[in-house]
Design a binder for this molecule. Structure first.
Ligand code: 5GP
Ligand code: ZN
Length: 115
């Protein structure tokens, strides 16, 4: 269900514009507004889940799809085979939007450890 106060639910609904890359009935991918790499996009489920720690067992397949779709569209969007996948959980870890989202970052050397 839509969360009235959630930025990403508003993007899903179309109330806030986004540069969409991929969309189906369950997931949406769009470019990050403040990219931290030459290529940086987000993949979200349309279901409102506040973050990884709020997932239940019934969300496992959906978030698996988020990962699969993100990896599959990276190659077609200028990223190639080398990219970083990030889920931030909690404000102390840098989560600022409390609708679960996967970052995919690439287009440059993605060093490890990330710091
Ligand atoms: P977090 O810090 O919660 O892991 O990631 C939230 C991400 O959402 C950030 O990278 C931020 O730049 C991005 N973001 C925040 N507001 C918007 C927006 O209105 N549109 C888009 N496309 N990205 C946004
Ligand atoms: Zn939401």
């Amino acid at each position: 269900a839509m969360n009235e106060n959630c930025l990403f639910c508003k993007i899903i609904k179309g109330d806030i514009p986004a540069k969409k890359i991929y969309e189906d009935d369950e997931v949406l991918a769009f470019w990050d507004i403040a990219p931290q790499a030459p290529k940086h996009f987000l993949v979200i489920p349309k279901k409102h889940i506040s973050g990884p720690a709020a997932m239940t067992e019934e969300d496992e397949q959906l978030i698996g799809k988020v990962i699969r779709v993100g990896a599959a569209i990276a190659g077609e969007n200028g990223i190639g085979d080398d990219f970083r996948v990030v889920f931030n959980n909690g404000a102390g870890a840098g989560q600022t939007v409390f609708h679960i989202h996967m970052h995919i970052l690439g287009g440059r050397a993605m060093n490890w450890p990330p710091g």
